[in-house]
Design a protein around this ligand. Structure first.
Ligand code: ATP
Length: 199
């Protein structure tokens, strides 16, 4: 079984590439989604996180307001570190259990999709790193369309991440996503075909 770590900047097309890989037969584990699950009231780290950051991060009904939590850690590196220290072990557990399940099912390719995989202090047990890269103009347009961000908001988020150059240095496979969705699908398929030779 090969484990691929799929990452890339905000709006670069990770989730879309992951969807294409799923259609081709990969099992996709979304680490960002797992991160959201563990923060839920019935998730593993809810109490710890509320204890650390206070009830000010709660929405009516008691769920954690991830946007508010994001605003805190987005502006405070130490707070982000403290949050990651709580959340990462819980995500690890979910990933480990899902990967074991894939092994038992004799899945050939597992894709771990995560936005901040290369920034995380923990290195995930992946065999290859695949990175989606898009030019800034395309990302700004997508973020405006998808999330309604202004250019300033979008740029702030882009600049809070590592650069595409840094990502490319660490990548085994680079998927450029500057064209249409059809073009992205063709590129993902081509990389999938090459991967078959490495299995
Ligand atoms: P995030 O980390 O912000 O979730 P992401 O890297 O997972 O982003 P996607 O969700 O795949 O990126 O893409 C962001 C948005 O841009 C989506 O609405 C997607 O449909 C759109 N998109 C991605 N690639 C293209 C493309 N080549 N042409 C047009 N739209 C695209």
């Amino acid at each position: 079984m090969k484990i691929i770590g799929l990452t890339g900047g905000i709006g670069s097309g990770k989730s879309t590439a992951a969807r294409f890989l799923k259609e081709l037969g990969a099992e996709v584990i979304d680490l960002d989604k797992a991160g959201h699950e563990v923060l839920k009231k019935d998730g593993g780290v809810y109490k710890k996180v509320v204890g650390e950051f206070g009830e000010g991060i709660l929405k009516v009904g008691g769920e954690i307001d991830r946007i508010r939590l994001g605003e805190i850690v987005f502006n405070d590196r130490e707070a982000l570190k403290r949050l990651n220290k709580m959340v990462h072990p819980a995500i690890d557990k979910i990933v480990e259990s899902k990967v074991s399940k894939c092994r038992r099912k004799k899945v050939k390719v597992v894709v771990l999709e995560a936005a901040a995989m290369l920034e995380a202090e923990k290195t995930w047990q992946v065999d290859e790193i695949w990175v989606t890269i898009s030019n800034e103009k395309a990302v700004l347009n997508r973020l405006k369309e998808r999330s309604g961000y202004s250019e300033t908001e979008a740029k702030k988020r882009i600049n809070a991440q590592i650069t595409n150059e840094e990502r490319m240095k660490l990548a085994d496979v680079v998927i450029r996503n500057d064209g249409t969705l059809d073009e992205l699908e063709i590129k993902v398929k081509a990389e999938w075909e090459k991967l078959q030779g490495r299995l």
